[in-house]
Structure formats: C-alpha cells, structure tokens
Design a protein around this ligand. Structure first.
Ligand code: DP6
Length: 348
C-alpha cells in the first residue's frame, strides 16, 4: 500500500488584466495577466493513502487545524473532476491540511493560493508515482498550472513567480487556455520587476457574490462580447508595456481594467455594486496624488471593495508616508504590504 506525502507553500496573485467569464470546462473567455504576490500564502500538506478498488477519490480537508466541511466538499468535487482523466487519483484517500497566512475577506484571492498549493502537491505525487520520461521543470509547472485551473481559474497563474499570462493570446504563441505561462525575465522592464502591492482593506466582510457566480453572469451579458475583445487587446498591450517600462500606459490600463470589472458587475442581471464609499475615497486620493504630487501609483480592484495600490519599489517610502497621512480621514486602518514574489516553494 503506497502512502504519498507532499507540502507546498503557494502565494496568491493579483490580476491586472482580469479573467471574468468562462467557456467550456473551466476555460477563460479572455486571456488574463497577473503578478504573483510574496507575503500572502497558503501552505498545504497532502497525504494520500492507497485504497485500491475505490471508484472515486475521498478527501478530508482541515483548515488551520479544524475540519472544514465546505472546503472538503469543494475539494472532493475537484478531485472527482480530475479523476475522470487522472486514473491514479481514484485509488487514494486524501487528507489535506491547509492554512492561509492572510486574513479572510481582505481582498486577496485565497482560492488562487489554495488551489495553486494543492495542485503543486498533486503534481509532485503524480511525478513520484509515474515519473515522466524527461524531468523538465517547465513541464512540471505547466502540469501543476493546468490542474490548478480546474480548481480555480486564477490559481493557474499562482504556480509561477513574477508575471504570468493565462489564456490564448496572439502576443505569445506558447500561451494556452489550459494553463498559464510565465513571462521571461527579459520580457519585463526593471520598473515592473519589483512592484509593490499594498492592499487597502476598506471592508473585510465576505463578498455578496462569489467569483464563480460572477463568471456565470457573463453568459448572455449585453457587454460580454465587447469585453472579451477589449481584454484580449489589453493583454497584448500590457505585454508590450511590461517590456517597454511605460509606467503612464501601465497605470491607465490597470485602472481601466479594474473599473471594467466593476462596470460588468454593475450591469449584470442581477446587478452587483461591490464598491464602498471608502473605495471611491481612495480612488480619488490616488488620482490626486498622481496628478498634483506626481506620485507614480496606480490601483486595481478584485471582485470586492478593497484596493490594491500598485507602485514601483523605489517609491515605497513616499507611498507609505502618503498612506499614513490619508488614513486619518477614513475608518479603515488596515494595510497589507505585499510585493511581486518569486513564486511557490516546495516544503516537503
Ligand atoms: C476578479 O479564479 O476566483 O479575481 O475560476 O470560478 O474559481 P473561479 O474564479 P476565480 O476568478 C477570479 C476573478 C478575478 C480576476 C482574476 O483574478 O483574473
């Protein structure tokens, strides 16, 4: 009877060009571009016990040491979906221990880091059971990315450090809807290599629409066809901007993508308004700081009210001073300081 064991730590990521809308089986309606964070991580240990003759995999998930019913159900469904094509999974029971080092509801995609870590563990086990003919690192992460995608689309991008692209784009012949790819070092100008992301937490309440429900609202959405074209154009533009180091163009694209995402939610059926008054307050202050004080800062939003303030590393001192000065006008006091990171780490 085999017993397999693997532990990975995987960071979350923040999308600049957003994935919003699916097609087929967990494929994106448009390509997306993100950078992987450094400080906001999920650590997951998977223990797999062989149980030959089972028809489907069984799993139990413990989150921060406690049995977690809802996540167990999601992971069991995930493993069943994978087992339709990955036969070895059917013969195992899985015990999964997972923990996040960042607060729930802070506007950090926990499904990205959670399914990233889980997929990395499963890929490690798969390669241990059935070693491929060539042990190629690129193939390993590509496989992990495609498994992560089935659990949560944005997780496909979290298995790499730095900048990643998920979804087919004419700008990158090797890109795919099935897995994400990492942009090479030479494709990224220095200004975008050490980007900072300070999350301004204006609300830590659970959002009133899940991303899966949000994606579903794009079916038949009046603006969907135009949105998918625009996201594809923005993907091509962003890849070029990242190489050229064009900060003003980056800031424009970043804000426009953030507002597109919320505009889509506001115009869906039913509509959702996830922005809070303090989100608008900070957006206006960011605009003021860029226009009047020439601070090179920009922002993006996830499907929630919290702001990801993005800026180059060289501006860290100025930006932190600016944040502290403005904090007193709000009831929000929480900032989470993160930055572009080097990617997941194998612990065991
Ligand atoms: C707004 O990856 O959470 O964060 O595939 O249903 O798990 P599922 O959705 P998810 O959607 C992420 C949406 C987003 C934008 C992005 O990260 O690209």
């Amino acid at each position: 009877m085999s017993k397999l064991n693997s532990t990975w730590q995987c960071p979350s990521n923040i999308a600049i060009v957003k994935y919003w809308g699916k097609k087929g089986f967990q494929l994106p309606s448009n390509p997306s571009v993100s950078f992987t964070l450094s400080q906001c991580n999920t650590t997951t240990t998977v223990k797999a016990y062989e149980h030959p003759g089972r028809r489907k995999p069984e799993s139990q998930v413990y989150k921060e040491g406690e049995f977690h019913e809802a996540f167990t159900q999601r992971v069991t469904t995930y493993l069943e979906e994978l087992a339709a094509t990955i036969r070895w999974l059917k013969d195992f029971d899985f015990e999964i221990e997972t923990s996040n080092n960042f607060p729930h509801g802070a506007g950090i995609a926990s499904s990205a880091s959670a399914f990233g870590a889980l997929a990395l563990c499963l890929t490690t086990m798969e390669w241990e059971l059935n070693p491929p003919s060539s042990m190629n690192e690129d193939l390993f992460f590509r496989r992990a990315s495609s498994l992560a995608r089935i659990g949560s689309g944005s997780a496909a991008r979290s298995v790499y450090g730095g900048w990643t692209v998920w979804g087919k784009t004419s700008a990158l012949p090797e890109s795919s809807d099935k897995y994400a790819i990492k942009l090479a070092d030479y494709q990224i100008h220095d200004v975008f290599k050490k980007l900072q992301d300070t999350i301004i937490v204006v609300s830590d309440h659970t959002k009133n629409v899940s991303s899966s429900a949000g994606h579903a609202l794009m079916y038949g959405h009046a603006y969907a066809p135009r949105r998918f074209v625009r996201a594809a154009e923005n993907t091509r533009s962003l890849i070029e901007i990242l190489t050229l180091g064009d900060w003003p163009a980056f800031a424009r694209l970043c804000e426009s993508e953030a507002l597109d995402l919320h505009a889509l939610m506001m115009t869906s059926n039913p509509p959702f308004l996830l922005l809070k008054p303090e989100t608008i307050f900070w957006i206006e202050k960011i605009k003021e700081a860029t226009v009047h004080h020439h601070l090179p800062i920009t922002y993006t939003l996830d499907a929630g009210p919290n702001i990801h303030l993005i800026y180059p590393e060289a501006e860290t001192t100025n930006v932190r001073k600016w944040l502290e000065e403005h904090k007193k006008y709000t009831v929000s006091t929480q900032f989470i300081y993160d930055h572009l990171g080097t990617g997941p780490q194998k612990i065991l």
